[in-house]
Design a protein around this ligand. Structure first.
Ligand code: ZN
Ligand code: ZN
Length: 629
C-alpha cells in the first residue's frame, strides 16, 4: 500500500543549441533524477516516469560521477543501479499517455535538471497541460536545477517565448509571457554564474540565453544564492524549486514533506520506531526580527547522515550578527534559518550507508564539526573543509542546533568522552576551537616561545579559552589579557594570564607603559584578537613588535584603518583564522578529555533564547551562554 503516486518527468534531449550555431552534448543529471526519486519511494510513494517520447531519459556524462554524490562511491553505485534496473525507471510513459490515463491519480510532480529540459520540456504543450493541472489543484510541483524552466511550458506561446529568447529579443519574449501562471511566484534556478562554469568547462561554448534571465522575463521572482553551487530551495505555494545539482537532497526533503502534507500522510518514518515527528526549533523567518520558537517536523536524514538528538547548543556572537544581517553582504542566506552552531548531543539514528568503520552507535555522545565542505576541492582534500568554497554551516541554513534534532553528515561528527558535560562540550566546537586554531597559527609562525609576550585581546566567549591555549601552546611566553570589563579580566587571570590590563578610557601610550611595567617590554610579539573591533585592532597594531604576528579570530567590527608604514618596515604579519576543522576539533576534544580546558558557562533554557540574544548583543554575558535541553 503506497501513500500515493508521484509523476517524475524526464527529458529526451541529448543536445543543446550553443552560440555560433553548433550543439553541445547534454542530458539529464543522474543525481538530480535519482536522489529525489529514491527519497519519494523511501517515503512510501510510487514513482511513475514519463518523457515526451516515452523513452528513457539520457544521462548527461558530466553528471555520471561520484562527485555529485559527495564522493560517496556507495551512494553513486546505488544511484546508477537504481536508474538502470529499478522498475520505476524502466516503465516509461509518454506525457500524452499520462494525461490520457488521468492526472488526478498523482499526488505531485517532479522535474529533474541538467540542461536537457531547456531544450524540449520548456516548449512541450503536453508538459504545459500537466503542470497546469498541478498548478490549478495546488499539488506539490518540484523542479530542480534547469528543471524549473519546464514551468515556461504552461504559456500558450511557450515556443514563441523560447524563440524570442534565442533571438535575444527580451521585449518580445515578455509579450509572449503575458498572463503566465507562475508570474509573481518566488522561484530559483541554475544561476547565470553557475552556468558560466558549465559553459567554460563542459560545453566550451555559450548558451543562447540564461535560465535566470528567462524566468525573470517570464515574470518569475527568481532568488539565487550569492555563493555558487550552494544548495538553495525556494518554496512558494505549490511550487518547490532547487537551484543546482547540490540542491538534490534538500529539495527531496521539502518535496516529501509537501507530499505528506497534501496527502495527509504525516511521515512517521523520520525517526524510526519513535513516535516523535515534531520538534521544537528556534527559526529566523526574517532578518532583523527575533527568531520564532516553533514546532517543526523532525528532519529526515540522508543515508550518509546521522540524526543527532541535541543536548546542548552554545550561543555565539555570530548568532546575533546573523539575526542583525551582518553576513548578508557576504552570503544572503534564505530564511527560514534554524540558528545555533555550537552543537553537541547523542546519536539517535544512523543512515544506511554510514560505514561501520566510522564506529558510531546509537547513544554515542558527539560534537558537530561545523564546516561541512564539498569534499572535493583542494581545501577539503587537505582537511580544511571549513574554508571550502562550497561550505555549508549548521545554524546558517535549514538545520541548526537550537532544535531538538539535527541531521549531520557522519564525517562531521566527532565522538566525545561520555564523562564530559554537554554544556561544556558545546562551546568547544566554536568558542573553544576558534582560538585554538588561531594559537596554532601563531605557534607555527614561530611567534611564541620563551622571552616572548603574547597579548589576548578581548575576553568574551573566545578570550577565556585563548588565555588557556596561550599557556598550553605558548612555550613559556608571557600571557597578557586586555579587556574593558573587570569581571572578564578576572576570568583571564583565573585561567592563567600572567598579567591583565584594563584598557577602558586609556591611551595606547598609557597601555604600553603598563605593559612595559608588567613584562619588561612595551610591545607584543604575538597577538590573538578575539574581538576584531576596530578600535581594539588599532590598539593591537600600535602594540605589535618588530616581526610580530597578529591573528584575528573576532568579527565584532568589519573594517580597520591602520597606518601602513610600520607594518612594512617592521615586517609584521596578519593572519585570518576562521573557526576550525575536524583536526582542530579532535585536538581540542583530546585536551578536554585530559581536563586541560576550563569553562565559564551561563546556562539557559530553550524558551530563553531571545533574551540571551539581546544580552549578547549588548556584551552583557560573561563567558559562554549555552542552551541545554
Ligand atoms: Zn560562532
Ligand atoms: Zn571543498
Amino acid at each position: 500500500m503506497t501513500k500515493g503516486k508521484v509523476l517524475v518527468i524526464g527529458s529526451n534531449a541529448t543536445q543543446i543549441e550553443v552560440q555560433g550555431g553548433g550543439w553541445g552534448a547534454t542530458g539529464q543529471y543522474l543525481n538530480e533524477t535519482v536522489v529525489p526519486a529514491m527519497a519519494v519511494i523511501e517515503a512510501g510513494y510510487a514513482v511513475v516516469l514519463a518523457t515526451p517520447n516515452g523513452t528513457k531519459p539520457h544521462i548527461d556524462e558530466a553528471s555520471d560521477s561520484a562527485q555529485h554524490f559527495e564522493d560517496d562511491e556507495a551512494a553513486y553505485a546505488r544511484a546508477k543501479a537504481f536508474f538502470a534496473h529499478d522498475p520505476a525507471m524502466n516503465q516509461v510513459r509518454t506525457l500524452r499517455a499520462v494525461i490520457e490515463e488521468g492526472l488526478d491519480k498523482y499526488a505531485g510532480v517532479f522535474v529533474p535538471g541538467g540542461q536537457a529540459p531547456v531544450v524540449d520540456l520548456m516548449q512541450d504543450p503536453d508538459m504545459g497541460a500537466i503542470l497546469r493541472h498541478f498548478h490549478e489543484r495546488a499539488k506539490p510541483t518540484a523542479l530542480l536545477c534547469h528543471g524549473p524552466m519546464a514551468v515556461v511550458s504552461t504559456m500558450p506561446h511557450a515556443r514563441e517565448f523560447r524563440s524570442a529568447l534565442i533571438a535575444g529579443d527580451v521585449a518580445t519574449a515578455k509579450n509572449w509571457a503575458e498572463g503566465w501562471h507562475y508570474a509573481g511566484y518566488k522561484m530559483t534556478v541554475f544561476s547565470n554564474t553557475e552556468e558560466k562554469v558549465v559553459e567554460d568547462q563542459i560545453l566550451h561554448a555559450k548558451l543562447y540565453f540564461n535560465m535566470v534571465d528567462a524566468l525573470q522575463a517570464a515574470g518569475g521572482e527568481v532568488i539565487t544564492t550569492t555563493v555558487d553551487f550552494e544548495p538553495n530551495v525556494i518554496v512558494d505555494r505549490e511550487l518547490i524549486t532547487g537551484q543546482n545539482p547540490r540542491s538534490d537532497h534538500p529539495i527531496a526533503a521539502k518535496f516529501v514533506a509537501a507530499l505528506d502534507r497534501a496527502t495527509g500522510a504525516a511521515s512517521s518514518r523520520a525517526i524510526g520506531r519513535d513516535k516523535e515527528t515534531q520538534m521544537k526549533a528556534a527559526r529566523m523567518h526574517e532578518y532583523g526580527k527575533p527568531p520564532v520558537l516553533e514546532e517543526v517536523p523532525v528532519p529526515d536524514i540522508q543515508p550518509d547522515e546521522i540524526l543527532v538528538n541535541v543536548k546542548a547548543c552554545g550561543m555565539c556572537r555570530s548568532d546575533v550578527q546573523l539575526v542583525d544581517g551582518y553576513f548578508r553582504k557576504y552570503a544572503d542566506i534564505p530564511t527560514p534559518i534554524t540558528l545555533g552552531h555550537e552543537i553537541t548531543g547523542i546519536v539517535h539514528k544512523i543512515g544506511g550507508v554510514v560505514p561501520k568503520v566510522a564506529g558510531f552507535q546509537e547513544g554515542d555522545h558527539v560534537v558537530v564539526a561545523p564546516g561541512w565542505g564539498d569534499g572535493v576541492c583542494r581545501h577539503c582534500l587537505v582537511g580544511n573543509t571549513h574554508i571550502c568554497p562550497n561550505v555549508r554551516w549548521p545554524g546558517f541554513g535549514p538545520v541548526g542546533g537550537f532544535a531538538e534534532f539535527i541531521p549531520v553528515p557522519a564525517r562531521y561528527l566527532v565522538k566525545a568522552n561520555r564523562r564530559l558535560k554537554f554544556e561544556e562540550l558545546a562551546p568547544l566546537t566554536d568558542a573553544g576551537m576558534t582560538p585554538f586554531r588561531g594559537m596554532k597559527k601563531l605557534r607555527d609562525a614561530g611567534a611564541l616561545g620563551p622571552g616572548r609576550v603574547i597579548g589576548v585581546l578581548g575576553i568574551g566567549g573566545l578570550g577565556g579559552y585563548a588565555v588557556q591555549y596561550a599557556q598550553l601552546l605558548g612555550g613559556g611566553a608571557k600571557v597578557v589579557a586586555f579587556a574593558r570589563n573587570p569581571d572578564k579580566l578576572a576570568i583571564a587571570k583565573n585561567y592563567g594570564a600572567d598579567h591583565i590590563i584594563n584598557i577602558k578610557d586609556k591611551s595606547s601610550n598609557d597601555i604600553a607603559k603598563e605593559l612595559s611595567n608588567a613584562t619588561g617590554q612595551a610591545d607584543l610579539d604575538a597577538i590573538i584578537d578575539c574581538a576584531g573591533a576596530e578600535q581594539m585592532m588599532q590598539l593591537g597594531f600600535s602594540l605589535l613588535a618588530i616581526s610580530g604576528h597578529y591573528v584575528d579570530v573576532g568579527l565584532v567590527g568589519d573594517r580597520v584603518d591602520i597606518p601602513l608604514f610600520p607594518r612594512v618596515s617592521r615586517e609584521q604579519t596578519f593572519h585570518g583564522s576562521y573557526w576550525g576543522n575536524n583536526t582542530d576539533l579532535t585536538e581540542v576534544m583530546a585536551l578536554a578529555a585530559k581536563d586541560k580546558i576550563r569553562h565559564t558557562i551561563k546556562l539557559f533554557k530553550f524558551d530563553e533564547i531571545n533574551e540571551n540574544i539581546d544580552l549578547l548583543r549588548t556584551g552583557d554575558i560573561v563567558g559562554r551562554a549555552v542552551m541545554k535541553w
